[in-house]
Ligand binder design. Structure first.
Ligand SMILES: [Zn+2]
Length: 236
């Protein structure tokens, strides 16, 4: 059901983008002598926006404020911004539910494993140039603040992380470097350049007010979109 929703959103996007004839909307061509169905093609997009957590998994929290809701609010803004800038995107969740509820692939009884494998599987069912996973950080130390972008070992992911880190640093007046996100399942398993964007710390009062203010959320989304555009400009 989840995938059907995404495919519908994708077809709508393809329709919207048909007029501008972006190269990224083109489907891969199969060789003429292929045994496969000639009409087969993966749906494609430029950016998969992975919306961290959802449903019973609230992520980090500060009182009643949950990370999953912040991630979704900023993800929707990022989706609209990218779309308005001619960069096709999909959201892997558009409401408050856990992706593990829709997992068709992972036999594990662990909801967390199911959730992670569902997120990875989407990246194999939809062709995309890159994946951006939105999260909010938490620290015992309440003064810790600012954005941190985690990347894969590969150079393209590191480059994407540098671009997004730079635009978020400018937006939040910080000077952090991105980090390699070794222990993260999603970064290890996803083939296309992927990054985890920790947009700020829910445990820091200044970051918390930024993360929950719709106007500031828009600025965060603009910074992430601008980092994505810079990356695309460099690699193409
Ligand atoms: Zn998270």
């Amino acid at each position: 059901m989840m995938l059907r929703k995404i495919f519908m959103a994708l077809s709508a996007l393809t329709l919207i983008n048909a007029g501008s004839a972006g190269a990224s909307a083109e489907r891969p061509q199969l060789p003429a002598n292929s045994d496969s169905d000639q009409n087969w093609a993966l749906p494609s997009t430029a950016v998969i926006i992975d919306v961290g957590h959802g449903g019973v998994d609230g992520g980090a929290s500060a009182g009643q404020i949950l990370e999953k809701d912040i991630n979704l609010a900023i993800a929707k803004k990022l989706y609209l911004l990218l779309k308005s800038q001619g960069i096709p995107a999909v959201l892997n969740r558009t409401g408050d539910y856990a992706l593990s509820e829709d997992n068709r692939w992972h036999a594990s009884s662990s909801r967390h494993r199911k959730d992670l494998s569902q997120r990875r599987q989407l990246t194999e069912e939809i062709e995309s140039e890159l994946l951006v996973s939105l999260h909010v950080n938490w620290s015992k130390n309440r003064s810790t603040h600012g954005p941190i972008v985690l990347h894969q070992k590969q150079g393209e992911s590191a480059l994407l992380a540098f671009c997004i880190q730079d635009t978020l640093n400018r937006q939040q007046n910080t000077a952090y470097l991105p980090k390699e996100g070794k222990p993260y399942y999603l970064l290890k398993r996803v083939k296309q350049p992927s990054v985890i964007v920790e947009m700020g710390f829910i445990s820091n009062s200044r970051d918390l007010s930024m993360l929950t203010d719709p106007h500031k959320q828009q600025q965060i989304a603009m910074a992430v979109a601008s980092g994505i555009r810079q990356y695309k400009w460099i690699v193409h």
